[in-house]
Design a protein around this ligand. Structure first.
Ligand code: NAP
Length: 538
């Protein structure tokens, strides 16, 4: 007898995810009979997560409690693969936002007085709870953003690791300050001792995007909390349920009431009210062009903006084309191209273009297309409007004469992987971010042409260059106007402690654990003034 009553109701799809997770876990433990682990895996909204659900609508989190909004309204989360309502979340009101901000302001005051090691201890606890409950969180990711099951589990585990790393890094860097002496500046005697330390900003508003809702939420939450800030999270609508489960892990870890809140509702409806709220002292946002308008409206507060990208992959004639082809597949088509750092345009020197395109075509043919539960490489894109946008870019390229390496195929939100060769700069896809499994190839005559194309973009997130000549690679990296350049590998945001930043319309500030902690603090100095100069040992 494998299943007890609550599990009998589960769909086969849920079971296959559960089985996948249990088998993974069993493998890691070297246990060949994985069935015994099935009972450990609760599903979304069940087990320790029952408190976060009211009927069929997920609650929002305020003042350390799970609550139903007084609006009486909910927002539907559409499963991208089935195009049916999968979950519902509360449509929070402005009054509820005001209340959360009030609590966040007062909870922050005592949190800032909590010893650093205690803050770190709670973060480690939350990380452990999160990792222990990866199954229901991964299940929500599969259902609300159609992320392949295996990648969904990876996202949750990586998020737990990020929280722990952040706790450790915070203890180190926030435990240090500077000591300055006045006599190093001309005209001064040693009469002033200056002590510097890092202090929290206050209330941090975190807004992550749909594609990594859990990871990009904790990449804001953990640095904010370790630095002594309080945190208000507005999750993306697609991804909200995964985020609510993740927030419950923080709740179970025992963080003080009001320190963390999670407000749900459509960004288009409550976004402006949140981002322009006078109680907010810092906004950490990841997403698309919305970030540009938030930057224009936000007050005089620090902003961390991680926005879109059009990451170029420049391929020189001496590149290892097999390596390039695998990186184009990984970089361009992982999670169906819905990654900020996806390879979004290939700029290949003409003499090797035919060979490269053939190699990539062969690999595209092997990509599996279908449900995220079955770990297909290509799954439905997040929404119908996103699929329509991608199709618009494809049709524009078709009308203007791009070469289709595969037949264009779409069923609902599912778009088959497509490589477009002989793309020219007058086509929209040469510049716009499809955020889907469609990749343009531009054949270039020279490296300079590739660099010019890359630098003419309004984006400047990442880029990559493939060559065996490290000297050329460095020169090209220096010439590319992007926050990061990868040499001989596809662009990537991780590991999560590396600095990560975009130039131009790709963002403001830098992420990565250390940079995020620094961005969410301010320097405070205390100067000790001595009546007479004092030189040590003098
Ligand atoms: P998006 O449409 O800009 O949404 C991002 C977040 O903003 C969501 O939580 C959304 O909530 C919220 N939002 C919408 N309108 C708002 C408003 N007026 N005020 C405040 N918040 C508002 O982006 P997305 O479609 O989720 O994500 C895809 C984009 O993110 C791509 O452009 C991608 O390149 C970028 N991205 C960048 C990075 C990076 O680190 N550079 C990483 C990942 C993704 P709702 O869901 O409720 O609308």
């Amino acid at each position: 007898m494998l299943f007890t009553a609550p599990f009998v109701k589960l769909s086969l799809i849920n079971l296959s995810l559960s089985h996948f997770l249990n088998t993974q876990e069993a493998r890691q433990r070297g246990d060949s009979s994985s069935s015994s682990l099935i009972f450990k895996t609760s599903m979304a909204g069940t087990g320790i997560f029952t408190d976060i659900l009211d009927g069929d609508v997920y609650k929002y989190y305020s003042d350390g409690e799970w609550k139903t909004s007084s609006s009486g309204k909910s927002v539907a989360i559409i499963n991208p693969a089935t195009r049916k309502t999968q979950y519902k979340v509360q449509a929070c009101t402005q009054e509820e936002v005001n209340k959360v901000m009030e609590m966040a302001k007062s909870a922050q005051k005592s949190w800032a007085k909590t010893p650093l090691w205690k803050r770190a201890e709670l973060l480690h606890k939350a990380a452990a709870i999160l990792k222990d409950n990866k199954a229901p969180i991964a299940e929500s990711l599969v259902k609300e953003i159609a992320k392949p099951a295996k990648d969904s589990v990876t996202e949750v585990v990586r998020s737990g690791d990020l929280i722990s790393y952040c706790a450790e890094e915070g203890v180190r860097i926030l435990g240090e300050g500077k000591f300055l002496l006045s006599d190093s500046f001309p005209g001064n005697e040693r009469t002033k001792y200056c002590l510097t330390s890092k202090i929290p900003l206050g209330v941090v508003l975190a807004i992550p995007p749909f594609n990594y809702p859990v990871n990009l939420a904790v990449s804001k939450i953990a640095p904010a909390l370790i630095a002594g800030n309080s945190l208000v999270l507005k999750p993306p609508t697609q991804g909200a349920v995964s985020c609510l489960h993740m927030v419950h892990c923080f709740h179970l870890a025992g963080f003080p009431k009001g320190l963390i809140s999670c407000i749900t509702g459509k960004g288009s409806e409550i976004g402006d009210f949140l981002t322009m709220h006078p109680a907010v002292n810092c906004i950490s946002f990841t997403g698309g062009d919305t970030g540009i308008s938030i930057s224009k409206k936000a007050g005089m507060i620090p902003l961390q903006m991680e926005l879109g990208g059009k990451d170029a992959c420049i391929v020189l004639e001496d590149a290892d084309l097999d390596l390039v082809a695998s990186n184009i597949i990984k970089g361009g088509f992982s999670y169906s191209g819905q990654r900020c750092t996806a390879v979004k345009v290939v700029l290949v020197i003409k003499s090797v273009a035919d060979e490269l395109v053939e190699k990539v075509k062969a690999k595209v043919a092997k990509l599996t297309v279908g449900p995220p539960e079955e770990n297909c490489d290509i799954t439905a894109v997040v929404s119908e409007s996103s699929a329509n946008f991608i199709e618009g870019l494809v049709m524009d390229a078709k009308d203007k004469g791009a070469t289709f390496c595969q037949e264009y195929k779409r069923e609902g939100n599912l778009i088959w992987p497509l490589l477009l060769d002989n793309v020219r700069p007058d086509m929209r896809i040469a510049w716009e971010e499809p955020f889907g499994p469609v990749l343009p190839v531009l054949r270039i005559n020279s490296v300079e042409e590739g660099i010019n194309h890359c630098n003419a973009s309004n984006f400047g997130l990442q880029g990559c260059v493939f060559t065996k000549d490290i000297n050329k690679a460095i020169l090209i990296s220096d010439a590319m106007e992007t926050g990061t350049v990868q040499i001989n590998s596809a662009p990537a945001r991780g590991p999560d402690h590396f600095p990560f930043q975009g130039l131009k319309d790709s963002g403001i500030g830098s992420q990565g654990v250390t940079n995020s902690i620094n961005l969410m603090t301010k320097l405070k100095t205390t100067v000790i003034n001595l009546p007479t100069p004092s030189y040590s040992m003098g």
